[in-house]
Ligand binder design. Structure first.
Ligand code: PLP
Length: 437
């Protein structure tokens, strides 16, 4: 254990405890090495959309690994699952306007790919001054330096500054903490005016792209007012700024549609995917692009690569086989309908929990199967995030796994979750609050 340096982990406190080792999983449940069962209200890390232990994904991976576990896909070489997956994705993403897909290994790389595509796209089109990126406060886009530069969770950035210089940030549409119209969940005016002012101040001729999660997940499930995403897309379109929809969490059913972009009625220029593309059975990232971007790159003269970028494991055959089997399940079981049907129930139950303990719970909300609630302690004499961690630990002791963003508890269960599971999750939340305060 001492030698395993965990991601985003306080190793001092981890090493002081017995390790929490997950041993196996089935459906919506994971089991630790001692045999304790936990309802996973977070789908691993926002991603096990089809649930655990799906034999048909495991068999697809096994069959592919036996046939061809790996070969390079550089320079015109391909494997069949990556071709099939690209075709499948383009077909399913055609309502979003996507015509081609570039594969990588995870969400960070999918974002990095989109950022680099944006810069080169404008160079090819003779507008090389368009180099800046716009990100948003409280956003999460990954760990690589480009993805981190456009992201906006300050605590993740500080240790690594200076990050990319050509990045500007605009406000998150956080209705509960809005500097413009606090508490008004139908207002978008302030954020949109701020973004418009930023674009004007920076000069659209210097801006390559804006990146946006349809719902900011890791920042605390920040659900935007209804028209906000469409208004951002309109602004980008009007100012010739590429819009990258980061669908790493919202893709493949979580908001009740194939994509979060479709849920909010926008057609971005690029989309980034990971997580739910394989439901975590294998690592895989994907960046999808419109015809305009695809055709622009085909104009690059010469015999060399048009896009001088690629990962060794781009289009890994076993990962692509896992994705195909996973997406077939989502499609056959129409799991996005689950998010439409169970999502409102999650929202209602979170609201009821808030009504039960209004002195300790606030800011309840859910969109599809992404939910949140804020914990507020009886005293301010603790660090921000303290009460969130207390509730998370108590819920785990009681058999439910959630994540926290500071003092906001977030919910992102597998899409196979039922109303009975939601009842258990929310009653465990309420009981945990009762036990702590
Ligand atoms: N984009 C979003 C919206 C994410 O939530 C994440 C991870 O949580 C990433 C990108 C980065 O993905 P990965 O951790 O697979 O690199």
């Amino acid at each position: 254990m001492a030698r395993r340096w965990g991601p985003y982990t306080n190793m001092k406190s981890v090493l002081a405890q017995e390790p929490f080792v997950i041993d196996h999983a089935e459906g919506v449940y994971v089991y630790d090495e001692k045999g304790h069962r936990y309802l996973d209200a977070h789908a691993g890390l926002w991603l096990v959309n089809v649930g655990y232990g799906r034999q048909e994904i495991i068999e697809a991976m096994h069959t592919q690994a036996q046939k061809l576990a790996w070969f390079s896909s550089f320079g015109g070489i391909a494997n069949r699952p990556s071709l099939d997956l690209a075709e499948y994705l383009v077909e399913r993403l055609s309502p979003d306007g996507m015509v081609a897909v570039f594969f990588s290994n995870d969400g960070s790389e999918a974002v990095e790919t989109a950022l680099k595509l944006s810069r080169q796209y404008w160079k090819i089109r003779g507008r090389g001054t368009k180099t800046k990126f716009i990100g948003r406060e409280k956003s999460y886009h990954g760990v690589t330096l480009g993805a981190l530069s456009v992201a906006g969770i300050s605590a993740n950035r500080t240790a690594f500054e200076p990050l990319l210089a050509d990045v500007r940030h605009t406000a998150a549409p956080d209705v509960f903490h809005c500097p413009h119209h606090p508490g008004d969940s139908f207002c978008t005016g302030g954020c949109i005016r701020e973004l418009e002012r930023l674009i004007g101040f920076e000069n659209p001729d210097t801006i390559a792209a804006m990146i946006l999660e349809p719902i900011q997940a890791a920042g605390g499930v920040i659900i935007p007012p209804p028209d906000y995403v469409r208004q951002v897309a309109d602004l980008c379109r009007r100012h010739d700024i590429l819009l990258i929809a980061d669908e790493v969490v919202t893709g493949f059913g979580r908001l009740g549609d194939w994509t979060g972009s479709r849920h909010y009625g926008i057609r971005p220029d690029m989309m980034t995917f990971a997580k739910g593309i394989t439901s975590g059975y294998m690592p895989l990232g994907a960046t999808a692009v419109t015809r305009e971007i695809w055709e622009t790159f085909r104009q690059v003269p010469g015999d060399g690569p048009e896009f001088r970028h690629g990962n060794t494991y781009s289009g890994h055959p076993v990962a692509c086989a896992a994705a195909l089997a996973n997406l077939a399940i989502i499609e056959r079981e129409q799991l996005w309908l689950q998010a439409r049907e169970i999502g409102p129930y999650l929202r209602k139950k979170l609201q009821e929990a808030e009504n039960t303990w209004p002195q300790y719970l606030s800011e309840a909300g859910a969109e599809g199967l992404l939910g949140r609630i804020r914990i507020q302690g009886g005293t301010d004499a603790v660090e921000p995030g303290y009460w969130g961690l207390q509730v998370q630990a108590e819920m785990r002791r009681r058999g439910v796994i959630v994540r926290v963003a500071g003092d906001v508890v977030t919910f992102s269960p597998p899409l196979i979750v039922t109303a009975d599971h939601i009842d258990v999750i929310i009653s465990t939340l309420v009981d945990s609050v009762a036990a702590i305060f």
